[in-house]
Design a protein around this ligand. Structure first.
Ligand code: E4P
Length: 217
């Protein structure tokens, strides 16, 4: 399973990238706002740092303008993935941009039928939003499992990019179901390393080591 980082924070991406944890990056207009930087400038900086796909989102709502924006964003770097919303116009833009040979990430997916349409429109990635479904008391993990089943039924090669990940359990469940990619905030990725029994065990080992009076270096 590939790990994408869901942020436009360069320092956070660099820290994880140095550990080999970054297979790609996703951004959206809210994350660009949070970065306080110009979209072209910050996206270029991310693309210079990371080899894998970097999603940059269009903001138009009409297909022809989305296509123009998508082509403009794709000029930033070879590893740009154009992100379009899962609307009818977004699907039209997906079809044209993917036919151009660009990678397309269809975002804001909340149903298996939407995911089917995105695959048929040639999406490279489909982004089902787990956390936002959980927020309205719908189990977001069920959607990941349903899309996995349907894509496998028909051998669609669109990759399932589990998005809106808020917890470490979302990551573990996505891996268990077989999502191709997860995109998570840096804090969630770092939290994957934490376990109370690791902390407790280390505390005991260090206390016992201190009693030996020995040193390694
Ligand atoms: C995915 O590409 C989105 O940027 C992101 O995962 C949305 O997450 P949120 O629902 O926590 O804002």
């Amino acid at each position: 399973m590939k790990f994408f980082v869901d942020t436009a924070d360069i320092d956070a991406i660099a820290e994880l990238n140095d550990l080999g944890m970054v297979d790609g990056v996703t951004t959206n207009p809210s994350l660009i706002l949070k970065s306080g930087r110009d979209i072209r400038e910050v996206t270029k900086a991310i693309c210079d740092l990371v080899d894998g796909p970097v999603s940059a989102e269009v903001v138009a709502t009409e297909a022809d303008v989305m296509i123009t924006e998508g082509r403009k964003l794709a000029e930033i770097a070879d590893n740009i993935t154009v992100k379009v919303p899962l609307t009818w116009d977004g699907l039209k833009a997906c079809k044209v941009l993917s036919s151009d040979g660009l990678m397309v990430n269809v975002t804001l997916c909340f149903s298996v039928n939407q995911a089917l349409l995105a695959a048929k429109a040639g999406a490279t990635f489909i982004s089902p939003f787990i956390g936002r479904l959980d927020d309205i008391n719908v189990d977001g993990m069920d959607l990941i499992a349903d899309i996995r089943t349907v894509y496998d039924n028909f051998a669609f090669d669109t990759e399932i990019l589990a998005a809106s990940i808020r917890t470490v359990n979302h990551v573990a469940e996505s891996a268990r179901i077989g999502a191709d990619v997860i995109t998570a905030p840096p804090g969630v990725i770092k939290a994957l390393a934490a376990h109370p029994l690791t902390d407790k065990g280390l505390e005991t080992f260090l206390a016992d080591w201190a009693k030996t009076g020995q040193k390694i270096v």
